[in-house]
Ligand binder design. Structure first.
Ligand code: ADP
Length: 446
């Protein structure tokens, strides 16, 4: 096992990882930018290192500073969290070159799955069903037109290097295609310095259902069921739940086993998420995330397993601590992403939290690095915490969530709590009848 883990992240996820390290008796090193000197993840760590100025490119994404921080503190492993360098294959490689363990999959797996064209080809070869679309990259309008005509409109142009919903454009007809192609390309180039794009059939009313997997890197792998992340805004998840109201046990077991089997074949190591669109009873692979997800707690709540602890164990060379037959799903869990944003316009609302009272009680979990008096810096993602609620049934979970939301008080800044208070009272949400477009329609964006 490791002696000391450096956590290359900030905010709630840095704290989340610290908690697992502490339970395992591993010392922790926090890193922070000058803007985060007062952050809770810094206060609670055993040691901390300032790695640069506020801009993420000069601090949390600064590989030389991170490697130096490991060397100064003697950390023997790095947990990257999510975002920042968590899916940067070069970072994983550089750490290995310095004899520091990267708590995650191999750099080769990160690289393959980071290129969405290659990821889709790999998935297909492994027997995972994929969204119909172009075979590889689309390079000209004429080629795009040919593929679109054969698949039928609408179609979606997507960035090969995509992430965070960027570089994605829908073309509803032949007349839209040229513009969709050129804008997707330009957006991809600006966001990822890579203008490679590919094409998919645009599914009209799918749900986003993802499967959590875990591998030991030696050929054993299991699945921990699904999460339904269909409530989205601008292709970004807002609320997640497990199990999905749209799946039955047989469908869960079938897709779960397909994915776990694929992970066994490639000898996948650590936590991963295979994302699908689900429409008319069919699953269509869209991408794989080779890291811990923001929404991992809903899986923890319904399985009882600590995914971060397991990531650390597996990275240290241990076998999986559970077999497929050990994993029993119990009850229902929902996560609300609480952001420092105006709940109607979604404009960021950084600033000082003058009053902070998180909810509590049975089945209520708050993962957050915020506290009363904390000043939210304007430089990073607006996520300030996650409220995760568990109940014996979906209905119990919703009742508890309504109660928890009514207890949550955050003053001094605007938050998305009012949005969730509205959502948990909508009949479609209560009945579990929503697809990936529901939230934008509800918000009047469509
Ligand atoms: P990113 O990596 O940018 O998050 P994804 O491929 O994971 O991109 O897709 C993000 C979201 O975009 C999905 O959850 C879904 O809402 C939407 N989406 C992606 N592909 C399609 C498709 N073929 N048809 C309809 N919606 C899609």
């Amino acid at each position: 096992m490791f002696d000391k883990v450096l956590i290359a992240n900030r905010g709630e996820i840095a704290l989340r990882i610290q908690r697992a390290c502490k339970e395992l008796g591993i010392a922790t090193v926090a890193v922070h930018s000058t803007a985060d000197a007062d952050a809770m993840h810094v206060r609670l760590a055993d040691e901390s290192v300032c790695i640069g100025p506020p801009a993420a490119s000069e601090s949390y994404l600064n590989i030389p500073a991170l490697v130096t921080a490991c060397e100064i503190t003697g950390a023997d492993a790095v947990h990257p969290g999510y975002g920042f360098l968590s899916e940067n294959a070069r970072f994983a490689e550089i750490l290995e070159e310095h004899k520091i363990t990267f708590i995650g999959p191999t750099s080769e797996h990160i690289r393959i799955m980071g290129d969405k064209i290659e990821a889709k080809e790999t998935a297909k070869k492994l027997g995972i069903p994929v969204v119909p679309g172009s075979d590889g990259a689309v390079t000209s309008e004429a080629q795009a037109m040919k593929i679109a005509d054969s698949m039928g409109f609408p179609v979606l142009i997507k960035a090969a290097a995509g992430g965070g919903g960027r570089g994605m454009k829908v073309a509803h007809s032949r007349a839209d295609l040229g513009l969709a192609l050129s804008t997707a390309r330009a957006e991809a180039k600006a966001a990822f310095k890579d203008d490679a794009v590919y094409m998919e059939k645009y599914l009209q009313k799918p749900r986003h259902i993802e499967i959590q997997v875990f591998g030991d890197g030696k050929g054993d792998a299991v699945h921990l069921g699904e999460r339904d992340c269909s409530l989205q805004r601008r292709h970004q998840k807002v609320l997640e739940e497990a199990p999905s109201p749209a799946l039955n046990a047989a469908q869960r077991a079938k897709i779960g086993e397909t994915v776990a089997d694929a992970m066994r074949k490639i000898k996948y190591r650590g936590a991963g998420t295979v994302e699908f669109l689900f429409e008319d009873g069919q699953f269509y692979f869209i991408e794989m995330n080779t890291r811990l997800q923001v929404e991992h707690p809903v899986t923890e709540m319904v399985t009882g397993y600590d995914l971060v602890l397991e990531q650390i164990r597996v990275a240290s060379g241990a076998s999986l601590s559970f077999k497929q037959s050990d994993i029993v799903f119990s009850g229902h869990a929902i996560e609300c992403r609480i952001c420092a944003e105006n709940p109607k316009t979604f404009r960021p609302s950084p600033g000082q939290i003058s009053y902070w009272h998180p909810p509590g009680g049975l089945g209520v979990r708050v993962d957050s690095g915020a506290y009363q008096g904390y000043r939210i810096p304007p430089y990073y993602d607006s996520l300030i915490g996650k409220l995760i609620v568990h109940g014996k049934t979906r209905n119990d979970c919703l009742m508890r969530l309504r109660r928890a939301l009514s207890e949550f008080v955050i003053d001094g800044i605007e938050t998305t709590i009012p949005l969730f208070q509205d959502l948990v009272r909508q009949s479609d949400v209560v009945d579990g009848l929503y697809d990936i477009h529901w939230l934008e329609k509800h918000l009047g964006m469509k």
